[in-house]
Every structure is written in C-alpha cells, then in structure tokens.
Design a protein around this ligand. Structure first.
Ligand code: TXA
Ligand code: MG
Length: 316
C-alpha cells in the first residue's frame, strides 16, 4: 500500500521523478503527475484504467500561471477565475502546445483549475510544473474524499498520498467551457449555477452524455458497485421485498435501529450533504446489503450537483 503522510518534500521528490502522488483538494482527492511530462501522465491513465479519450484537469498554484498554458482567456473566464479561484471551478480554455496532447485527449482545449487546499497549493508553488490530476478512483467509481479512500483502491499503484484530511466540499469542481466566448457548464459541481450567475449573468449547459468531451457526464459514472435506485424511498422499498436494502436519506435523524440507514445531513444542510455523499456510497459498498435506495436532495444550489451524482450512480 502507499504511505500516507503530510510530507510535502516527499510528494515533491516523487513528482519530480515522474511518479504519481495522491493529493488532497477541497473537492475530492486527485491522482497527480507532472502535467508537462507525457510518460508521467500515461501512468495516470494506466493506474485508473481510464480510457484515453477522457481528458485530465491541470492544477496550477495561482491565477498568474494560467497564461503560460492557454492561448486566450475570455473576459468572463477572467471574471470567474478572479472571483472563485482558488476554488472548485475548472475553466476549459484553448491550450498552448506546451500542454501534451495526452493530457487533453487530443482536444485543442485544456481544463485548468487552482485548487483551494493549503498543502496542495504549497506543493504546486514549489514545483516547476503544473499537476495533471483526475479524481483518484478507478474509472467510473465514486471519487475519494479521504486519503484512506485513495489507498483502499489505488494504494498498490502509487507510493505516496499527501493527507489533507477529509475534503471540505466533497463533490468535484464545476466545469465551464466557452463557446463563442460565452460560458457553458459542462459539469455541475462545487460551485452552483446560481453563484456563477451572480458573477457573469446567465449561463447555458451541456450536461448530457451526448457530450463526448466530458466523460464525467457519462450516464453511468460515480457509481458504487451495488445496485442503486433513486426516488421515493417508500415506493422503492415495495419492489425490494425480501432483499437486504441500504437506505440513503438526504435529511433527518439517524435511525440506528434500522440496519443500513445513512443520513447525509441531520438538518438538511446541502453543503454538509455534499461533503458526506461519496463516503456514504463507499460505506454501503462495505455493508451486508444487496441494494441501495436513495432519495434526491432539494434541487437547488449544490443540491443540483448532488442529484447529478445520484442519477449517474443509479443502476440503468
Ligand atoms: O474537482 C475536480 O475537478 C477533481 C479534483 C482532483 O481537481 N478532478 C476531477 O477530475 O474531477 P476527473 O478527471 O475525474 O474529471 C475531469 C472531467 C472529465 O469528465 C473530463 O472529461 C473533463 O473534466 N475535462 C477535462 N478537460 C476537458 C476539456 N478540455 N474539455 C471538456 N472537458 C474536459
Ligand atoms: Mg473523476
């Protein structure tokens, strides 16, 4: 298994050698490598068993670094970066040739973000290159929100995981691209559409699986290994008579008399629910149950991103 620790110099040493390191961010843990080294980046795809058509996000220490890696920054992208970075927002911008094609799966654009986590920002500021990092989970599975989650699944494929504690947001970054300089949301995430609109006005989206450039939007993704159904819990239960079910409530008191019940937020706080979601899905996979039943979150703010992940986790 990998070593888990908070030694930035160890993480730095391995990354300089072209190796992989698990890194904490405010959203989810990343599986990082030197973004400017194609051999190092190849290791990410191998470790995750990730298809080569799924491009990676490049992480930078600060907003000033972005111009080295992109050829143009639309005005609205600048406004968003100034307002939300460091933070859970990825901007898709036209790339400079210094970014290897393997990072972007051959696309002319690159996804860039400045993560909001002290350890990782310190690491990035000491490195002479940016870090390509997808979420540190096998392709298609639930993203990790602790160093232990990373170790459980990818521990044999890397030497070191930088431990920054449990992720503060718990859902991946919101991804925004620009078409004719106008913003388009490709993936819902840690920053809600409402928050984005307060900065740049109305935005459109392209969130469906028919969008081949954002596999995070594949219909089935972020999925636990058990069968998973989303809807009204009482109705769903009627179809599962005789089965061992796990139940994921959005809100309410934890009913410890009922085996397999988890609650995302006692008070129904959306941010708390987002933070707990992926760990809960992982917990169900460890339980002696056959089926997971979940109810949706209220569909506003970060609740929309929670519901997006629940829908993609659902059995088709
Ligand atoms: O919060 C996050 O974004 C986390 C942390 C580690 O930063 N990273 C993450 O990476 O979620 P990943 O690889 O699991 O998801 C990245 C998504 C993919 O669905 C990919 O298709 C999309 O970003 N993406 C990357 N570059 C893109 C591009 N040039 N155009 C469109 N989509 C892109
Ligand atoms: Mg991912």
């Amino acid at each position: 298994m990998a070593t888990i620790g908070n030694d930035i110099s160890q993480a730095k040493k391995l990354l300089l050698q072209g190796e992989l390191v698990g890194i904490p961010t405010e959203t989810v843990y990343g599986l990082a490598a030197n973004a400017l080294n194609p051999e190092a980046v190849t290791q990410i795809f191998v470790a995750k068993e990730r298809p080569s058509f799924d491009p990676l996000i490049v992480h930078v220490a600060s907003i000033d670094q972005v111009q080295k890696f992109v050829t143009a920054i639309p005005e609205k992208a600048k406004q968003l970066a100034r307002h939300f970075w460091p933070g859970p927002l990825t901007l898709v911008l036209p790339k400079q040739s210094i970014i290897p094609d393997i990072v972007t799966s051959g696309l002319p654009t690159v996804g860039i973000r400045c993560p909001d986590h002290d350890l990782t920002r310190q690491l990035l500021s000491e490195l002479p290159f940016p870090l390509a990092a997808p979420s540190a989970n096998p392709f298609g599975y639930v993203s990790p929100t602790t160093a232990e989650h990373v170790n459980n699944q990818l521990g044999l494929k890397l030497k070191y995981i930088l431990d920054g504690g449990a992720c503060r947001i718990g859902l991946e970054s919101t991804i925004i691209g620009f078409e004719n300089d106008q913003p388009v949301i490709y993936r819902r995430g840690g920053i809600s559409e409402e928050e984005i609109s307060t900065v740049i006005g109305k935005v459109t989206h392209k969130l469906t699986a028919s969008n081949p450039i954002a596999p995070g939007q594949l219909d089935s993704h972020y999925a636990p290994s058990k069968r998973f159904f989303l809807g009204d819990i009482d109705k769903l239960k009627k179809d599962q008579v005789g089965k061992k079910v796990g139940v994921l409530h959005f809100k309410g008191d934890f009913d410890s008399s009922v085996q397999g019940h988890l609650v995302l937020s006692k008070t129904g706080n959306l941010e708390e629910a987002a933070r707990n979601l992926f760990a809960a899905l992982r917990q169900f996979d460890q339980m002696d149950i056959e089926v997971i039943l979940a109810e949706p979150a209220p569909d506003f703010g970060i609740g929309k991103a929670i519901n997006d992940r629940l829908k993609r986790a659902a059995t088709k």
